[in-house]
Design a protein around this ligand. Structure first.
Ligand code: ADP
Ligand code: ADP
Length: 229
């Protein structure tokens, strides 16, 4: 399984050219997308997540058991294969984690309530929030909210997880926990981690690209790339 991004372009209505022909091949595992603020990381992530349209180019998920998928043109079907944790991940403060995950699972088409309960409890255990599952999300710390965000992104067993600047504002212990969780997920999924923190990429990712002003300026193995910076 691979994600093939070819010549993706996006200009916003204010004239900003956020993506100027991005081409990347993203293999299974953890992939780091490194770049300064304003580089175009979120624009690229939102486009891959089918939350905004590109002006041109293609995004293909290849090597799936039932053939290749054109991500941009098969939105409804493809969203079930995608998990997305946006940069500004908001939660409903007066809903419990358990109820919210159950609700999202329903939206994702898991109709059987017993099946939902099993999935939700499994995910809450995976992200280490099982004991606080009946607490309102408004009572969660930043790190707990991020782990909840991962749980919601994992509903439906996606093949591709997109995580945008996930550790901003987390303390070191929470960052570690979050990183371990991502590494675990990366064992059988494509995980794209967008960040401006070099160490996050060198510590966690097996491949990376550096983007700047809407263009890929380098890609390859994190340790050799970063050594050249
Ligand atoms: P589009 O060109 O895709 O229609 P818009 O310019 O209409 O995008 O903006 C979409 C949303 O993004 C709006 O809510 C707007 O406030 C917000 N937005 C506008 N400029 C920026 C910016 N520089 N960075 C981040 N978000 C922005
Ligand atoms: P990054 O995630 O790397 O910080 P972004 O993709 O958010 O980069 O932004 C890339 C460029 O596009 C910036 O110049 C930003 O101001 C602009 N931009 C982002 N979103 C919008 C939007 N919705 N409307 C207009 N301009 C935007």
């Amino acid at each position: 399984m691979k994600l093939e991004i070819t010549d993706l372009t996006k200009t916003y209505s204010n004239g900003v050219r956020a993506l100027k022909g991005i081409s990347l091949t993203i293999p299974q595992g953890m992939f780091g997308l490194l770049g300064p603020n304003g580089a175009g990381k979120s624009s690229l992530m939102r486009t891959i997540a089918t939350l905004q349209e590109a002006d041109s180019g293609s995004v293909q998920l290849t090597g799936l058991p039932d053939g290749n998928l054109d991500v941009l043109t098969q939105k409804d079907g493809v969203r079930r294969l995608l998990g997305y944790l946006p940069q500004e991940f908001g939660v409903y403060p007066r809903v419990t984690a358990e109820a919210m995950l159950d609700h999202i699972a329903t939206l994702k088409g898991i109709a059987n309530s017993r099946e939902r309960k099993e999935i939700v409890e499994g995910l809450l255990q995976k992200v280490n929030l099982y004991t606080v599952r009946k607490k309102n999300l408004g009572t969660y710390s930043g790190g707990m909210k991020q782990r909840f965000g991962i749980a919601q992104a994992l509903i439906g067993n996606p093949r591709l997880i997109i995580v945008d600047e996930p550790t901003a504002g987390l303390d070191p212990a929470e960052r570690n926990r979050f990183h371990n969780l991502l590494s675990e997920i990366g064992e059988n999924t494509i995980v794209i981690l967008s960040t401006h923190i070099v160490e996050d990429v060198t510590n966690l990712c097996s491949d990376m690209a550096i983007i700047c002003l809407g263009e890929v300026v380098a890609s390859g193995d994190p340790n050799s790339l970063v050594a050249d910076l």
